[in-house]
Each structure stands twice: as C-alpha cells, then as structure tokens.
Design a protein around this ligand. Structure first.
Ligand code: GLA
Length: 381
C-alpha cells in the first residue's frame, strides 16, 4: 500500500498548512487579504523557495474546491484550461470569463501573480476562428488579424493587473526538419497565413494591449512557450531574432518541461538555459511534470504497460525532481517562475495522453490529501 506510506511520512506537513490553507481559500475580494502572504503559507513549497522563484501550479475550479491544502503549496497560478482560446472565447461574440475570473480573484486576494496561458495556440482553439476561410486569401489574413487583435486585447486587458507573464504564442516550432509547425502538423494559423506572420502579429497585439493599460507595462511579460525546448533551441532563437528584426522584444522562453525520468539530462537542460540567457532572454519552467513512462525509449512510439507506483518508483522519481530543482535553483537569477502542470496525479492530463486510461504519477500529490516523496525531496536542500 504505497499510498499509506506517503501519508504517514508526510503528516507533519498538514497541520500548519491546512490551517493556513483554510483561512485563505474562499477569499475572493480583489485586494490582498491581510492574512495572505504572497510568499505562501509557512510550510509550503512556495515559502521554501521564496528566495529563488515563485512556485506555481496550473489549476481549475476543481483544485480550488477539492484540493485547497495542496493548492496552498503554490504562490503563482496558471489556468489549466480557463484562459485557452477554446474556453474563454467559445464563439466570436461570446467570452466565458467565469472560471478564469475566479482563479484570478483567488490570486489577487493572496497577492499572487499568474501566467496568462495562452493567447495563440494551434490547439484548443474553437472552429469559428477558421470556419469558411480560404487559405492564403488576403481577406482571410485581414479577418484573422482583426479576430486575433480583438481576442488578445480583451483577454490581456482583463487580467493585466494579475498576470506577470503571457504565453503569447504556444508551440509554433516544429519537432521535424522545418522551423515552423505548418498545416500538416495541425496549425490552421500557418495554413491560413501561408507563413509565420501571425506570430509577429500576436506579439504586436499583446504588446500594444499592455501598453494601452499603462505605458511600460509590457516590459518583462511577453513569453514564448513550447515543449521539448532543449531540442529546439536553434529554431526558437531563429524565431526570436526574426521577431527582433521586426521590432518585437520577446522577454523570455517557457520550457514546458513535460519531462521523462531520464531525459533531458541536467547538462542538456543547463546548456539550453545558457543559450537563451546568453541571447538576453529570461527563462521559466511553465508546465512541469515527470511521467513514469517512456513510450519513445526505442525511437518510435511503443506504449509502455501500466506500472504499479511502488515506493521504489516514487523515490526514483523524487530524485529526478530533486535534480531538476537543483538546476532550477542554480539558475534562479534568470528563472522567473517554476510551475507544475497540475496539483494531483489523479487529475493529470498524462492519465489520458499519450495512452488513454493508463494511470501516471507525474506531480507532487497522489491525490488532494497525499503528498509524495517528490514533494519532500524538493524541500530537502
Ligand atoms: C501543452 C499545453 C498545455 C496543456 C498541456 C497538456 O503543454 O501548453 O496547455 O494542454 O499541453 O495538457
């Protein structure tokens, strides 16, 4: 019964944190409550990392309602889904703000900042954006530009006070030989424009929307976000310098960091960090989780069978988290936040992707009441 081992090994943590969490959850005023500490409550992961970087989690309403003690570990928040184009802008004339507003109010009331995820992405974007449009047609491009401008202005303006970094553009770099993800890899943006010009417009509109809120307020906030970044460094730098020649300053690069137990190695990660820092960019770890599977170990995709999450596997994973966090700590001057992609294993996207229904164990909590060895290890320095 590995779960029981984890509970008994970590019960010390719940007493103070639980009290702090319960006093904080449910507070929904838009100003910081007197009891809230932007560093996170005593005993939390965030408090332990207060001298390094904010430690965040991607959450939904569910985590606020069902996992308040675990959510209290974090002092930076991302909406797992609520700010994605599909969720927040389901049809052209309708925005759905309720869930993002609630999470933003929760962050405001605690004095926390958020990641705005994501303004332009080829996935989780409703069909209305592209329906009936003809690829490459000048009127298509003008219509998409005006839709993108309206979307970005609306979302950025609403959360400008609480978001300290925007994933303006998510996952436009290809894992294949060419630089930009194109129509064959599911990018309607590329297909409709016929080139990468939409990337430029997304940054321009985000910049302009923030500057309209307050002059200078775009500075430091415009990020590019992607997965397997260590293998895309050259291409991402190519895109960033192209944007620079167009007058766009991107502030930093988000390493999604959906990691494996053995890849990327810490040297490879440090090498990628160094290249972006040398080119003048900040870094963030934006979607951290560590799967216990490696379906690509042989090169192609071969789904691994379900494993039992034994204490030995939990310890090995905890060591992996510990070595990642030691790299992050060593780069604290350039890392603006470290965010987990979720709070509890039982709610992770990795239970559905890439193998539907295969239980994975990629986060710091098995379930809302059960912190794991990984949590203890990243606190052990
Ligand atoms: C990508 C996206 C996230 C999320 C994860 C997995 O990394 O950026 O929004 O969808 O995939 O769920």
């Amino acid at each position: 019964m590995p779960r029981l081992c984890f509970i008994s090994a970590n019960t010390w943590f719940f007493q103070p944190l639980l009290v702090a969490a319960l006093s904080l959850v449910g507070c929904s005023s838009s100003t910081s409550s007197p009891s809230a500490d932007p560093k996170g409550p005593p005993g939390s992961v965030a408090r332990k990392y207060a001298d390094y970087f904010p430690v965040g989690a991607a959450i939904n309403n569910w985590e606020l309602d069902q996992a308040p003690e675990a959510v209290a570990d974090f002092n930076h928040l991302t909406c797992e889904n609520a700010m994605k184009p599909f969720n927040i802008h389901p049809s052209e004339d309708r925005y759905e703000f309720a869930e993002a507003d609630r999470i933003a109010d929760f962050a405001r009331s605690h004095g926390f900042k958020m990641t705005g995820h994501a303004l332009l992405w080829h996935r989780q974007t409703a069909d209305w954006w592209f329906d009936g449009l003809t690829a490459g047609d000048p009127s298509t491009i003008e219509l998409l530009k005006s839709r993108l401008k309206a979307h970005i202005e609306t979302v950025v303006t609403r959360y400008a006070d609480v978001v300290d970094n925007w994933d303006v553009v998510n996952e436009v770099i290809s894992s294949y030989d060419h630089v930009y993800r194109d129509g064959s890899e599911g990018s309607k943006w590329y297909e409709m424009f016929g080139n990468e010009e939409y990337v430029y417009w997304a940054y321009q509109y985000a910049h302009d929307a923030l500057e309209a809120v307050a002059p200078g307020s775009s500075v430091g906030k415009l990020y590019y976000n992607d997965y397997t970044v260590t293998s895309k460094v050259d291409k991402i730098l190519t895109m960033l310098s192209w944007l620079e020649t167009r007058g766009i300053r991107v502030d930093g690069v988000g390493f999604q960091s959906h990691e494996y137990m053995n890849w990327p190695g810490t040297d490879e990660l440090q090498g990628a960090f160094d290249r972006f820092v040398a080119a003048g960019y900040k870094l963030k770890v934006s979607e951290l989780d560590v799967t216990v599977y490696d379906d690509y170990a042989t090169g192609g995709f071969v789904p691994s069978p379900q494993v039992e999450y034994t204490p030995e596997l939990a310890d090995a994973q905890a060591q992996r988290f510990a070595s990642l966090f030691s790299v992050y700590r060593a780069n604290k001057d350039n890392i603006t936040s470290v965010t987990f992609w979720g709070v509890t294993d039982n709610r992770s996207w990795l239970n559905y992707v890439p193998v539907e229904g295969r239980a994975d164990y990629p986060l710091l909590y098995l379930d809302p009441k059960t912190p794991k060895a990984a949590r203890a290890e990243i606190m052990n320095f």
